[in-house]
Design a binder for this molecule. Sequence first.
Ligand SMILES: [Zn+2]
Length: 486
Amino acid sequence: MHQLPDEALPHEFRLAYPRMGLHQFAGGLGLRAWARYTHAAFVGMWATSFQACIVPVRRSSALRMPAYPALEMVVQQAEMLRTGAVDAAQVTTLAADLCLAWEESRQLAVRHCPSAVERRDPASEGHWVHATSGRITEIVHMPDRAQRALSKPVNRQVAQEVRAAIVGDESLGAGERLERAAETMCSAAGHVLQAHPWQASQTLSLASHEVLATLAWRYCLPLPGGLQPPQECGGTCQHRGMSLPGKRDTAERVELAALTQREWVTHAVRSCVQSGGVRRLCHDAVLRVLYDMLRSAGFEDVEMEDRWWDEGDDEAKDTRRPDITCFNPIDRCRYVIDVVGAWAALDGGRGVWRPVGHAANGKARFKWRSYKGALLRQESGDRGWLVKQSRATDQFVPFAFEVGGALGDEAEAFLRLAVKVAAHCRRGVGDLEHWSAMSWSGHWRQRIGVEIARGLARSVERAATGGRSRGSATRGRNAEWDPSSC
Ligand SMILES: [Zn+2]
């Protein structure tokens, strides 16, 4: 791609490119614009060089100094230039460069971590400023992997700029880009990007069309021809999408045509009545992952209820049984979990950056209403949520996910609890001696992300093919990514 001039890239891709430069857990693909990191890289290189050549002055001496006096000379000159004791003409170019890179890095770290008290915390982005007292001559006290520490404030700065540009954008299609960005610029939406092809059980792998659909959705890019839903759904759906412009003779009309086709995609995914089946499939798949995760963590008596489906997924019906019940092995508290997908966007006001999980939290509130209604009915002897009564008060958990991969606040809190339970139950067990909470959690988050991405791709594919793909698991998979064809 480095050989292509920017003008040769599609318009939508150029609009999305700044976002792709962000970290994958911040809504990007990690395709960093390296020019922004030159100061961090330069200071990082100096710190590493300096730290690597520190030796005791004499054997058994506690006093240590760099083995190469030239390094120390440059560092001292850079510090003198920084404090104004000398001017740039009196120092070497290296010292002037180091001084500039240090000051740029220091000012950025202080801007993003302005409190001196906060900078004392080794986990803070500005800790290195505290550790060196901001002086270049203290460069030996930079943290290990200094470049990484120096890059964090740059990451944050770049992310803020990208976000401000998305909010301030008033060009064609800006509302859609803002909505998708607010929904997908979060860590929960990033895990799916770690999934990979060629995995036999397919619990962690995505087919090429699933990856394409996910990225096209996230970055508002055009879908490949075979995956583009039509203007009219036909069948039981009365919706008729926006019409394409008659001609595509100007850049603006080409853009308008692309926007129109994306509107057809949005309808298919978010609101088409004929997508009910694929939404249910996705719900059930996320539910199964959650079930497996709870058993893996060590929850007790994990049960998936025989669910009773109402065709329209009507939230007002409160007689539905919960999806999963399980007991926390630590305190025997019972959790009553109901999984729900937020496919539609929840309005947050024009031009407003909605908080992460906004639509999922909206769905979770519906679930609470439904749950409370069911409890009331049960008390009067009718059908309800509680199949068996337990002694302690049950905890109701609406586990809401969004089509972009974000989760509701209660789902996030429940995942954190599951990690604690897993850490409690699995510590030091046989081959799990080296078990790590981070990788356990990452595994299950990836699996949830994979099922959501599959659901998104299925709804797009269903609309594009008129539903002919239903019932065939391998249809639409790109042959080069299909494990059965290797
Ligand atoms: Zn439709």
